[in-house]
Design a protein around this ligand. Structure first.
Ligand SMILES: [Zn+2]
Length: 427
């Protein structure tokens, strides 16, 4: 394999406390040097003057839909969308058909990844068989297969006892449990945030309680089990406050938030556009402010897209019947630049922490840094370039994006995966 030299970019690598103009050399697929004025014979050279050079993003919440719903997305199309968004590693959620709940299904998915993925795909397996919340999967066996985390994403495990047992097993096997926090009795088939907007629209609401009660429970159970727990896609003020308090008290809890939850409020659903229907739902202005504060003060560790592709048939129908979820791989970096960086909530090192370093650390994978010897997964970003999100430009098989028509700032120019240019505006 050849050499790749990225010259004169502003390199942002918080793991190594680097934020300065540097050259980056990749050799044989790995980072070989980060320094001033690197010379390398016979290297392919990319001039990154005026650009930002980051470790490839790590998105810890992605639905690739394969196996089972290849009409929505595949490992091939989803990883291409990831690369276009500057994401070099994704954690694939187990809500597939069949769900990823056994050694056999893991092996099947691994084969698909091996033959079709163009970015790194890590696998999350289900906590319970069929994600039915009844019987635990074989967590020890899944660990041996290299599973990065377990989650019943899309639902929460109702029985406290079973959840406690899952967390104990996770702890015993050095496995991370990721929790979708939702008490379905409290969310009660709602489809938007419950409040004035849901009343005005005549739609059933999803209370904030349905989320934060489960956040509280799962943090408590994790403490009992002595395990770590990661809370996915938090959406409301109380969840942020609860996690902040728990962290202060020494709890081993981490959490992430999606770009739509830090950018948009429930007002977006007033036009009955199902591209604003997601679970958890878009919340109030007050919740969005709390989330931004949580990102700023470090309560929220990571940003993850919750990339959830759906076909037009499943989205362009009555709001109540439409599927929950939106795509996000191609817009997450630009959304973070536009909504967080430009508004002074995060600086560049902070953004890289949330989108690359922290998710890698939470998952315990060797990604998210430009340390010498690590895989050369690198993104080159034009921080000032504005672009409008258009469906024709989207690489994902599904086009259910909450940012359609919006102008975002910050464009990925190159995504390099293991030292090779996997996406480039000029290639
Ligand atoms: Zn979820």
């Amino acid at each position: 394999m050849g050499k790749l030299l990225i010259k004169n970019g502003r390199v942002v690598d918080p793991a190594n406390k680097v934020d300065a103009v540097r050259d980056v050399l990749a050799e044989n697929g790995r980072i070989a040097g980060v320094a001033e004025n690197i010379r390398a014979n016979s290297a392919k050279v990319i001039d990154a003057a005026g650009k930002i050079v980051l470790p490839g993003l790590v998105d810890m919440h992605v639905h690739l839909r394969e196996p089972g719903r290849e009409d929505k997305e595949t490992v091939a199309s989803g990883t291409k969308a990831a690369l276009k968004g500057g994401v070099t590693s994704v954690l694939a959620m187990p809500n597939t058909t069949p769900s990823i709940d056994s050694a056999e299904n893991v092996s099947f998915l691994k084969e698909i990844i091996k033959s079709t993925a163009s970015a790194n795909v890590f696998i999350a397996a289900a906590i319970t068989k069929g994600r039915e919340g009844k019987e635990l999967t074989d967590i020890a066996e899944l660990k041996k297969l290299g599973i990065a985390a377990i989650t019943d994403d899309g639902s929460s495990l109702d029985p406290d006892k079973l959840m406690l047992e899952a967390l104990k097993k996770a702890k015993a096997n050095g496995m991370l449990a990721i929790c979708h926090c939702e008490d379905k009795k409290l969310s009660n088939h709602g489809c938007v945030n419950s409040g004035i907007i849901s009343t005005r629209m005549g739609l059933k609401g999803i209370s904030r309680e349905s989320e934060y009660k489960r956040v509280e429970r799962d943090i408590d159970l994790a403490a009992k089990a002595g395990s770590a727990v990661h809370i996915a896609h938090i959406s409301c003020r109380e969840s942020v406050e609860m996690i902040r308090r728990a962290k202060k008290n020494g709890a081993k809890v981490t959490c992430d938030v999606t770009p739509h939850h830090f950018s948009l409020t429930e007002e977006a659903v007033l036009g009955f556009d199902a591209n604003f229907k997601m679970n958890p739902p878009l919340r109030s202005k007050e919740d969005v402010s709390a989330i931004r504060e949580g990102l700023r003060d470090g309560t929220i560790d990571a940003i993850a897209s919750d990339h959830a592709p759906h076909t037009e048939n499943e989205k362009e129908i009555e709001f109540e019947r439409a599927e929950f979820g939106v795509i996000g791989l191609e817009t997450e970096l630009a959304a973070a630049i536009t909504e967080l960086l430009d508004q002074g909530i995060l600086d560049w090192p902070g953004l890289v922490e949330k989108m690359a370093l922290n998710p890698a650390r939470i998952l315990g994978i060797d990604k998210g840094t430009l340390s010498i010897g690590r895989d050369a997964d690198i993104v080159i970003v034009d921080p000032d370039k504005a672009w409008i999100v258009r469906r024709e430009g989207l690489v994902s098989k599904s086009k259910n994006c909450a940012f359609l028509g919006r102008e975002l700032k910050g464009a990925v120019e190159y995504t390099i995966c293991s030292g090779k240019v996997a996406y480039g505006i000029h290639s």
